[in-house]
Write a protein that binds this ligand. Sequence first.
Ligand code: 13P
Length: 287
Amino acid sequence: MLVSATEMLKKAKAGHYAVGQFNINNLEWTKSILLTAQELNSPVILGVSEGAGKYMGGYHAVVGMVNGLLQDLNITVPVALHLDHGSFEGCYKCIEAGFSSIMFDGSHYAIDENVAKTTELVKAAHDKGLSIEAEVGSIGGEEDGVVGMGECADPDECKAIADLGIDFLAAGIGNIHGKYPENWQGLSFETLDAVQQKTGDMPLVLHGGTGIPADMIKKAINLGVAKINVNTECQLAFAAATRKYVEEGRDLQGKGFDPRKLLAPGAEAIKATVKEKMELFGSVGQA
Ligand code: 13P
């Protein structure tokens, strides 16, 4: 059964580790992530962007697929199904469809509007038992056509949003989605430290987990990050493994064109990536 992400992230913050949010795109992705979490006895958050939700057919299809896999694969570790960077309307759709967690990304609104919309959604989410993440300071890079510059959040604005009753907070600290450019300045630990001091026990979320060096990840966890989002890295691993399979001509041998064979190396590559991240984040054995 799906659970909200509140308890697993409170536990993670108190225990100085982070739970991975891995974004899903299809059945193979979801199965690989769930099986790895179960094997490693780790809690896990399945992230669904609005674009990925649409791609998979819609939010009800996603909920049906995930709930079916939890049952059929006997997944017993805590799993949350979380809307990633939700719009105001998207949040309501996911609450209705049976998600267990939502993120409202109001970072592009003026702070007063972000506060007003987040306040309304906190009530709507909590009334149905879902957890809710909010964002201050837009995360850089491009995700589903939404381009952000990688701002550093204002710690006072973080406090204002944290006080609305949200369950975890994404604060921009110079992180970006996708691959980091050569001239990237690194994470702003000064900002993270200031945000944590203002927001206390609130679990903090680090978006753009792909390509952040291990030492920075560990330092971020020490400064209160309890949830780390990874998307691009699984996509790159899946694409590289699939490319290798095709370039080796294996799709042309026997029944190598069967999707169950064609997509298998990519699915295994996702498992390996998720395992590596769970080990780095310290969530192994924490279910
Ligand atoms: P990456 O694609 O950079 O791993 O970022 C994922 C993310 O933050 C999803 O919200």
